[in-house]
Design a protein around this ligand. Structure first.
Ligand SMILES: [Zn+2]
Length: 247
């Protein structure tokens, strides 16, 4: 595994199927490996599952009122039913705790967690954390870029920016919704949410939302063009390579 590996990860976040399919096609057309964190049952899920370029993981919503369940175990059981083979997780809104992480690794056999956002100057690689004596450690892979946080902070939309070409393994947290909106300000997402339940929003409904200029989509397409395609990896494959199989 290359020391400068690139992990593109996507939080589905209840996006309509056509948005997921659009991003998936951009990846498969270029032979780019990626990891998807799944939130809900839908027809496109079967398409993602059948694509060898893709690893599928869980995107549990631990917030009160979650459609995934009322407690940690129920939420994770819901996610396991969606993707029984899942080995990687990112908590929705990065909501986590030691208890969540311990339950993931001890009761649900999850190997990798991607719920840490670290936009640090140096890229920080994966690390292992043990949540139970004698238990198997959880491998944690921080991401240095997150599209919705970039809107609030650095607003880097140029794939040629040196920020994206530092040494070390680089993990991105992206959302199909923000790629399809070409989001560069929160107002676009607020307008989208006002259109109704996210999974049922149609492509034509987006026509009233300004998606011009540089934003999440133009950056995503730029990254696909800029990086050497041999560097793209799935989260689990990368962590397996770094830590050498089951500890
Ligand atoms: Zn989310």
């Amino acid at each position: 595994m290359h020391k400068d590996a690139v992990m593109l990860t996507f939080d589905v976040d209840w996006a309509p199927d056509w948005m997921v399919a659009e991003v998936a096609n951009l990846l498969t057309n270029r032979g780019v490996a990626a990891t998807w964190f799944i939130t809900h049952e839908s027809p496109v899920l079967e398409d993602l599952k059948s694509e060898k370029l893709f690893e599928l993981g869980w995107h549990p919503n631990f917030f009160p009122g979650s459609s995934h369940g009322e407690n940690v175990e129920d939420v994770l059981e819901f996610c396991r039913n969606l993707v029984p083979e899942g080995r990687s997780v990112r908590a929705h809104s990065l909501f986590q705790s030691e208890r969540h992480l311990q339950t993931l690794v001890t009761n649900f056999d999850i190997r990798n967690d991607c719920s840490v956002y670290l936009p640090t100057r140096e890229v920080l690689g994966p690390h292992q954390v043990r949540y139970e004596e004698e238990g198997r450690p959880l491998r944690r892979l921080p991401h240095f870029f997150q599209d919705n946080m970039n809107i609030l902070g650095d607003r880097r939309w140029d794939a040629e920016d040196a920020w994206f070409h530092r040494k070390g393994a680089k993990t991105f947290c992206l959302h199909p919704i923000h790629i399809c909106l070409n989001t560069n300000r929160m107002e676009q997402y607020e307008k989208l949410k006002a259109l109704g339940p996210l999974p049922s929003i149609t492509r034509t409904a987006l026509s009233d939302i300004d998606r011009d200029g540089t934003g999440t989509r133009s950056l995503f397409l730029g990254l696909l063009e800029t990086y050497d395609h041999r560097l793209f990896s799935q989260v689990d494959a990368y962590c397996e390579a770094v830590f050498g199989g089951h500890p």
